[in-house]
Design a binder for this molecule. Structure first.
Ligand code: NAD
Ligand code: IPM
Ligand code: MN
Length: 353
């Protein structure tokens, strides 16, 4: 197998802290399992922007696109930089620039103690969200007219293309087939937005017909939010647009024990993938050795699957499950350890596994 090149972008706040653990984990995997990987650091984020004004230089974009197989990203967002333009340049530069149209966000609760819903346990929560990742209200089409006046009108267009909608819906069904999952649910608001979301409805009707072995249904996103909390065990694979996917996966993170447990992969099947925990830079706990690194460990598991390292993701999930079960974790998930100590414990398990 040829050497896999992994771009490393720690970014801001706790992104740096969790990616430091992620880098150690990748180095340990290289040593223990013999994976042929090369880590390629990139200096992107608020520090860089404040130093020289660069957000995501074309050279870096090209190096990543043309020479890397995966990207590990921490988080972008820093209170020292009031405008988040630089953060969008980097984050969307990767997601849109690499055409990573599936943002895959598993919502799996790994321990009963992490389940916040009365009467439910870990076994009741095992979903995977396919969030469309290149379109919707995120594309930045719109404008502020008569800005700053009492007559201001602010418009953000929800851009949905036939090709864009179809490919992510198809990817969700293909994932269900490949992983033996039984159900796919598409969520939108076509009742309120018949143009943009009417397209989702029509495409879903067409594509579901090709997957007779998979139970498929539709749910409006408001109802889905309620269902995720009242009956998470009824949900399996969920496919939805960019904005709704962003929102329901933070809700889903709460079912997993919080943002410190939520992993994600930005993929375009067969191409480079970008892997990042769902959480942000958490300025409230940055620099305090309090950030939970387990979402990053799970995220690296997803990266290993993408790179063809069979069995590694399942092993890392088990290590994370054990960390939570035995209290080898940070305060947000009921432990008393710091970021680095949790990281060290994970590395020791990898060496012993
Ligand atoms: P956030 O995810 O950074 O934090 C929300 C809450 O969850 C905070 O209380 C935080 O302390 C806690 N939290 C998050 N991750 C944690 C972890 N690993 N361990 C323990 N606790 C954790 O969201 P926010 O506060 O809304 O955003 C902060 C900044 O991050 C903003 O600039 C936002 O735009 C950015 N952001 C970036 C990304 C990304 O780069 N992918 C994702 C989300 C938010
Ligand atoms: C996420 C974040 C981003 C998003 C923000 C920082 C633009 O919330 O990765 O979930 O909305 O996609
Ligand atoms: Mn989000």
């Amino acid at each position: 197998m040829s050497k896999k090149r992994i771009a490393i972008i720690p970014g801001d706040g706790i992104g740096k802290e969790v990616v430091a653990i992620g880098v150690q984990l990748l180095e340990t995997l290289r040593e223990v399992r013999g994976y042929a990987i090369e880590l390629v650091p990139f200096d992107l984020g608020a520090d860089r922007f404040l130093r020289d004004g660069a957000t995501f230089p074309a050279d870096d974009q090209r190096t990543i696109r043309e020479t890397c197989d995966a990207v590990l990203l921490g988080a972008i967002g820093d209170p020292r930089v009031p405008s988040l333009d630089y953060a969008r340049d980097i984050l969307f530069g990767l997601r849109f620039g690499l055409d990573l149209y599936c943002n895959v966000r598993p919502i799996q609760c790994l321990d009963d103690r992490l389940m916040p819903i009365k009467g439910k346990g870990a076994k009741d929560c095992d979903m995977v969200v396919f969030r469309e990742n290149t379109e919707g209200v995120y594309v930045g089409v719109g404008g502020n007219f008569k800005k700053g006046t009492p007559d201001e009108v602010a418009i953000t267009e929800d851009v949905n293309t036939r090709k864009g909608v179809e490919r992510v819906i198809r990817a969700a069904f293909e994932f269900a087939v490949k992983h033996g999952r039984k159900r796919v649910l598409m969520s939108d608001k076509n009742n309120a937005m018949p143009h943009a979301h009417g397209l989702w409805k029509r495409v879903f009707e067409e594509v579901r017909g090709e997957y007779a072995g998979i139970e498929s249904r539709h749910m409006y996103v408001d109802a889905l939010c309620m269902q995720m909390v009242r009956a998470p065990e009824t949900l399996d694979v969920i496919v939805t647009n960019n904005l709704f996917g962003d929102i329901v996966t933070d809700l889903g993170a709460a079912l997993q024990g919080g943002l410190g447990m939520a992993a994600s992969a930005n993929i375009h099947p067969g191409r480079i993938g970008m892997f990042e925990p769902v959480h942000g830079s958490a300025p409230d706990i940055a620099g305090k050795d309090m950030a939970n690194p387990l979402a990053t460990v799970l995220t690296i598991g997803m990266m290993c699957t993408h790179l063809g390292f069979e069995g590694e993701e399942a092993r890392l999930v088990e290590i994370v499950r054990e960390a939570v079960r035995t209290g080898r974790c940070t305060r947000d998930v009921g432990g008393e350890m710091g970021t680095r100590a949790v990281g060290d414990w994970v590395l020791a398990q990898v060496r012993g596994s």
